[in-house]
Design a protein around this ligand. Structure first.
Ligand code: AMP
Length: 219
């Protein structure tokens, strides 16, 4: 199974993509996590990416396309993958389609998680991210067992710099301009599965599973 998650920042892409990938043994490919790891390791890519991420802008297409081209050819993608945060622009979507055609691995579903802007802002105010493994929590809606520590790997939980309100608003504007057109792009290709992203995490897991015709163990 090969799935793309679309949705505004804070719509739950990361949380849902992670769960689905774990449940079905698929590779979870979060371009945001990859860039943050590169930033933490202070590689040249990470340093370049930080300059865009910190102000809520997109990293240039050619950089992102090169990262994904390499990543999709790794072994763990053989059974399928979930793309979380890629593509975010039409050139990225075109490059992905071309790449997957050449690999003989077309996308099966594009899940579009829909959430109101008020809800997104509320979620991102309380969002906590594990600095080590990228797991996502929320201060109120999905708190960790031990304050400030990841349940999975004990890594430190932080409030991402780009989750500050001003940067979030910029990211939402960038989404409307550059990524929203992909909804129509995938609709036209018969791949779009729109899912209401409001409610409990478990309810949304069920809706996503239904939308892609999979059986959820949590159902
Ligand atoms: P995310 O964790 O998906 O919200 O991504 C965090 C940030 O990483 C974004 O605001 C962008 O600056 C950058 N980023 C992640 N994925 C992409 C992409 N496909 N294209 C361009 N920039 C990206």
């Amino acid at each position: 199974m090969r799935v793309i998650f679309l949705g505004q920042p804070g719509s739950g892409k990361g949380t849902q993509a992670r769960r689905l990938a774990a449940e079905y043994g698929l590779a979870h490919i979060s371009t945001g996590d990859m860039l943050r790891a590169a930033g933490k390791a202070e590689t040249p890519l990470g340093q370049e990416a930080k300059r865009y991420m910190n102000r809520g802008a997109l990293v240039p297409d050619e950089v992102m396309i090169a990262i994904i081209r390499e990543r999709l050819q790794e072994k763990d993608c053989a059974r399928g993958f979930i793309l979380d945060g890629f593509p975010r622009t039409q050139p990225q979507a075109d490059a992905l389609a071309k790449l997957l055609r050449s690999l003989g691995k077309p996308v099966d579903h594009v899940v579009n998680l829909e959430v109101s802007v008020e809800e997104l802002l509320c979620r991102m105010r309380g969002r906590l991210t594990c600095q080590s493994c990228g797991a996502i929590y929320h201060l109120t809606f999905d708190p960790p067992g031990v304050e400030g520590r990841c349940d999975r790997c004990r890594g430190r939980l932080i409030h991402r710099a780009d989750d500050e309100e001003g940067t979030v608003r910029e990211r939402l504007a960038v989404y409307s301009q550059s990524t929203q057109p992909l909804v129509e792009y995938y609709q036209a290709r018969g791949l779009l599965r729109t899912v209401n992203g409001t409610g409990s995490i478990a309810d949304i897991v069920k809706r996503v599973a239904e939308a892609i015709g999979a059986e959820s163990e949590e159902a």
